[in-house]
Design a protein around this ligand. Structure first.
Ligand SMILES: Nc1ncnc2c1ncn2[C@@H]1O[C@H](COP(=O)(O)OP(=O)(O)OP(=O)(O)O)[C@@H](O)[C@H]1O
Ligand SMILES: [Mg+2]
Length: 214
């Protein structure tokens, strides 16, 4: 049976994940692909409720690191089973704004939790679903800080973290991109148009393959 492709966008705050997810979805739809877009944490009713707990302490207190991890994984488990797998089975492509690599970067490299444990827990939460392709949108830390500072609204709990936390997670993302073939690092410090072209250059071979297989 035809199965859609599962593509995730990752990277530090303000790198352009949400911007390029929307642009990529538009471009794929113009090519006749059925696309489902979603985000983490969130994407389901349960996940969106968890997002409030994680980002703005909606429960009235901040989660401790282990609770934080499990809340992210609860949101992911719901998203995989309720939205991602059904869409892929229908042959749709799923584009997700953050997924497992954010857990490894933020909770692993950022908070210092054991990476092997995170991989095992993530595999349990996702029932071993992995992205077919991950686009790591990368920008220098100062640029990330400047883009976040330019936004309206209160900073979330992660945006308020110290610079060394953000440095560790950005280095973690880069290390993962070097080690893992599914992750493509894309420089997102230029214009949105330049980044969009680099995104398309990474995705279009998958479209080519889809057409050859059809
Ligand atoms: N090359 C670029 N690609 C995308 N956005 C860019 C680029 N250069 C500058 N920007 C600006 O950076 C911001 C990116 O915001 P966006 O919400 O897409 O980032 P994000 O990675 O989703 O952030 P967050 O992790 O906080 O959700 C926008 O304000 C956009 O105008
Ligand atoms: Mg975003």
């Amino acid at each position: 049976m035809a199965r859609g492709r599962f593509i995730t966008l990752e990277g530090p705050e303000g790198a352009g994940k949400s911007t390029h997810l929307a642009l990529l979805a538009e471009r794929l739809r113009a090519e006749g692909i059925a696309v489902r877009t979603t985000r983490e944490p969130g994407g389901t009713k349960l996940g969106e409720a968890v997002r409030g707990l994680l980002q703005y302490d909606a429960a009235g207190e901040a989660p401790v690191p282990r609770a934080e991890l499990l809340l992210f994984l609860a949101s992911r488990a719901q998203l995989v089973q309720e939205l991602i797998l059904p869409a892929l089975r229908r042959g749709e492509w799923v584009l997700c704004d953050r997924f497992c690599d954010s857990t490894f970067a933020y909770q692993g490299y950022g908070r210092g939790m054991d990476l092997a444990a995170l991989h095992a827990l993530n595999a349990f939460a996702t029932d071993r679903l992995e992205p077919d392709l991950t686009l790591l949108l990368d920008i220098p830390q100062a640029e990330s800080r400047a883009r976040v500072a330019g936004r309206d609204g209160p900073a979330d709990r992660f945006e308020r973290e110290r610079d060394d936390f953000h440095r560790r997670l950005a280095e973690g993302f880069r290390a993962m991109a070097r080690e893992c073939g599914r992750i493509r690092r894309i420089d997102s410090s230029g214009t949105p148009e330049q980044t969009a072209e680099a995104v398309w250059a990474a995705v279009s071979p998958f479209l080519q393959k889809e057409r050859e297989d059809a």
